[in-house]
Design a protein around this ligand. Structure first.
Ligand SMILES: Cc1cc2nc3c(=O)[nH]c(=O)nc-3n(C[C@H](O)[C@H](O)[C@H](O)COP(=O)(O)OP(=O)(O)OC[C@H]3O[C@@H](n4cnc5c(N)ncnc54)[C@H](O)[C@@H]3O)c2cc1C
Length: 440
C-alpha cells in the first residue's frame, strides 16, 4: 500500500498511537521501521537524539550489509560511500589480502560510511517508506497492562522534556547496548555471553583514506601485561581524507582490565609516520563503547516486546560486527510483526509473535553458538594470533575459510567449496533448545 493511502487510513489514530512502536533509530530500529512501513503497518519510530549525530563505531560494512542496504533502497552510488575490495589481515610481519567473494548472492564489495551520516540516511529511508519518526524523544520506560504486557512507552520529548505517552499493541526495542526498554521489562543480560569493549578515533590520513581494503591487526599487545590483545585493531578508510582507527577487546581474567587507550598509543607508534596516525592529525577524541555479543539477552520476544540489534546482544562474537546483524534482525522482526497483526489479538497473535525468536534461532543460532565457544576458548584468552598463524596465512583456502567464518559470509546460496565447508561446520553445532519464558 503506498504511504499516502496508509497515512490517510491512520489519520484518526492520533500522533501518540500506532500499530507498532520502535524505540531507537539506529540501524536496527530504522530497518525494522522501514520494513513495517513497507508492509503497510503504521509505525512510530522514537529516537532520543537528533540527526545527524555521532555514534562510536568502526564504520565498516561487509558485503552482507551492502546487500541489506540495496534491498532497503539506499542509494549507495551517492557521494560519501567508500567501497572496499576486501580485508587485509596483518600478523607477525605477514599480511594477507582476502577479496570479498565473487560467488553467492551478496555483492562483491564492502562499504564504509561514518555513522554520523549512516544512521541519518537509514532513518530518512524509513520515513520515506512511511514510518513516523519522532526525534528528541527518549523512551523512559514501558507502559504495561495489568498482566505485565507492554502496551506502549512513556517518554520525554523536546528541549523542555515534556512527558508523553505512546501506545501500541507491539513494541520493538532497538535502543542499543543500554537495552533500557528490555531491562525495564525484566530481561537481564546473560553474563556468560561475551561483552567486549572497543574504542575508536578518526585521523586525517591522505595516505590511507582511499585504501581499498579494511585493515585488521591481529598482533597487538596489551600495554600493561605485554600479552596478546584479546581482540584486534583496525584501520578503515573513509575516502574523505580520514580513517577510522580503533581496537576492541574481549574480557577475560587472564588480561584483567585492558587499557585500550595505552594499547592503541603503543600500536600507533609501530606504524609508519607517513600514515599520519599521530596526535596532530587526530580528528576526534578517542571514544569507547560496549559491544553486547552472542545473543546475550533473551528471550528475544517477551510480552509484546521484541528485541533487535544491540539491545538483544546481537553483535557477532566472531568479529564484533553488529550493523548488519541489527539490520537483518530488524527485517525479521518487522516481517513477524506484520504477519502477527493480521491475526486476531490474544493467543493466535501471541503465537505468531513468538515465531520471532524461533526464526532468529533458525537463521543464526548455530553460528552464534559456535562463535561464543570460539570467543570463550580462543579469542578472549589468546586473541586472533592463533587463528592467523604462519600456516594459516600461507594457505589461501584456509584464510578464505576463516574470513567467511568471521564475517558470516557463507549462508547465501553458492557453489563455492569454502561456503559448503563453512555451512557444514556450522550445521554440526547442536541446535538451541527453545525455552519460552512466558506464554502470554
Ligand atoms: C568501537 C566500536 C566499533 C564498531 N565497529 C563496527 C563496525 O565496523 N561494523 C559493524 O558492523 N559494527 C560495528 N560495531 C557494532 C555496531 O556499532 C552496533 O552493533 C550497531 O550500532 C547496533 O545497532 P543498533 O541499532 O542495535 O544500536 P545503536 O546503533 O546503538 O542504536 C540505538 C539507537 O537507539 C537510540 N536510543 C537509545 N536509548 C533510547 C531511548 N531510551 N529512547 C529513544 N531512543 C533511544 C540511540 O540514540 C540510537 O540512535 C562497533 C561497535 C563499537 C562500540
Amino acid at each position: 500500500m503506498p504511504p499516502t493511502e496508509r497515512s490517510h487510513e491512520f489519520a484518526d489514530v492520533g500522533d501518540s498511537e500506532a500499530q507498532v512502536i520502535v524505540v531507537g533509530a539506529g540501524p536496527a530500529g530504522s530497518t525494522a521501521a522501514l520494513y513495517l512501513a513497507r508492509a503497510g503497518v503504521d509505525v512510530l519510530l522514537l529516537e532520543k537524539g537528533t540527526f545527524p549525530r555521532d555514534k562510536v563505531c568502526g564504520d565498516g560494512l561487509t558485503p552482507r550489509a551492502v546487500h541489506q542496504l540495496v534491498r532497503m533502497g539506499v542509494d549507495i552510488d551517492a557521494p560519501g560511500w567508500q567501497r572496499t575490495k576486501g580485508m587485509r589481515w596483518i600478523c607477525d610481519g605477514r599480511q594477507v589480502h582476502i577479496d570479498w567473494p565473487r560467488s553467492g548472492s551478496h555483492p562483491d564489495f564492502g562499504l564504509t560510511r561514518s555513522r554520523h551520516d549512516f544512521d541519518d540516511i537509514l532513518a530518512r529511508q524509513a520515513v520515506a517508506a512511511g514510518a513516523r519518526l519522532r526525534l528528541d524523544t527518549k523512551a523512559t520506560g514501558p507502559l504495561t497492562d495489568r498482566g505485565g504486557r507492554i502496551v506502549g512507552v512513556c517518554a520525554i520529548t523536546g528541549a523542555d522534556k515534556q512527558p508523553q505517552t505512546y501506545r501500541a499493541p507491539v513494541v520493538i526495542a532497538a535502543d542499543g547496548a543500554s537495552a533500557r526498554t528490555a531491562l525495564a521489562m525484566g530481561l537481564e543480560r546473560d553474563r556468560s555471553r561475551p561483552m567486549a569493549t572497543a574504542a575508536r578515533r578518526y585521523y586525517r590520513s591522505g595516505v590511507r583514506t582511499n585504501d581499498p581494503y579494511l585493515e585488521l591487526w591481529a598482533d597487538l599487545l596489551c600495554s600493561r601485561t605485554g600479552r596478546d590483545l584479546p581482540g584486534y585493531g583496525w584501520i578503515f578508510p573513509l575516502g574523505d581524507g580520514r580513517v577510522n582507527v580503533g581496537l576492541g577487546a574481549l574480557p577475560h581474567r587472564r588480561h584483567g582490565a585492558v587499557d585500550l587507550r595505552a594499547t592503541m598509543d603503543e600500536w600507533l607508534l609501530r606504524l609508519p609516520p607517513d600514515w599520519g596516525l599521530r596526535e596532530e592529525n587526530a580528528d576526534s577524541p578517542l571514544r569507547s563503547a560496549a559491544l553486547p555479543m552472542g545473543f546475550n539477552r533473551r528471550p528475544q520476544y517477551h510480552r509484546g516486546l521484541l528485541l533487535i540489534g544491540d539491545s538483544a546482544g546481537m553483535i557477532s562474537p566472531w568479529s564484533g560486527e553488529g550493523i548488519v546483524q541489527a539490520m537483518e534482525a530488524g527485517e525479521v522482526a518487522a516481517e513477524t510483526v506484520a504477519l502477527a497483526l493480521h491475526r486476531p489479538g490474544g493467543t493466535p497473535r501471541e503465537q505468531a509473535l513468538h515465531q520471532y525468536q524461533r526464526e532468529v534461532n533458525r537463521r543464526w543460532g548455530r553460528y552464534y553458538r559456535l562463535g561464543n565457544s570460539v570467543a570463550d576458548l580462543v579469542l578472549a584468552r589468546y586473541g586472533y594470533r592463533p587463528l592467523l598463524n604462519r600456516h594459516v596465512m600461507a594457505t589461501p583456502a584456509l584464510v578464505r575459510t576463516l574470513a567467511r567464518l568471521l564475517t558470516h559470509g557463507s549462508d547465501a546460496p553458492s557453489d563455492d567449496l569454502i561456503d559448503t565447508a563453512v555451512r557444514t561446520l556450522v550445521r554440526m553445532v547442536p541446535a538451541q533448545v527453545q525455552r519460552t519464558r512466558s506464554k502470554r
